[in-house]
Design a binder for this molecule. Structure first.
Ligand SMILES: [Zn+2]
Length: 58
């Protein structure tokens, strides 16, 4: 069973703030304070990639 409420319990945030990651489609906190369209894993990857790109462009 995978309901919004059970996802929220796993993510320790409100069920109405849970959504799917724009990149990997895993449930994550998308809305509200601290929410992000990307999950923590994807966010870390994107930030790392952006950091690399900025470094190579210098
Ligand atoms: Zn993700």
């Amino acid at each position: 069973m995978s309901t919004p409420a059970s996802r929220a319990a796993v993510l320790a945030c409100r069920s109405d703030q849970v959504g799917r990651c724009a990149r990997c489609q895993n449930p994550c906190q998308r809305y509200g304070a601290g929410g992000n369209p990307l999950c923590q894993d994807c966010l870390a990857e994107v930030r790392e990639a952006q950091g690399r790109k900025q470094q190579t462009s210098l």
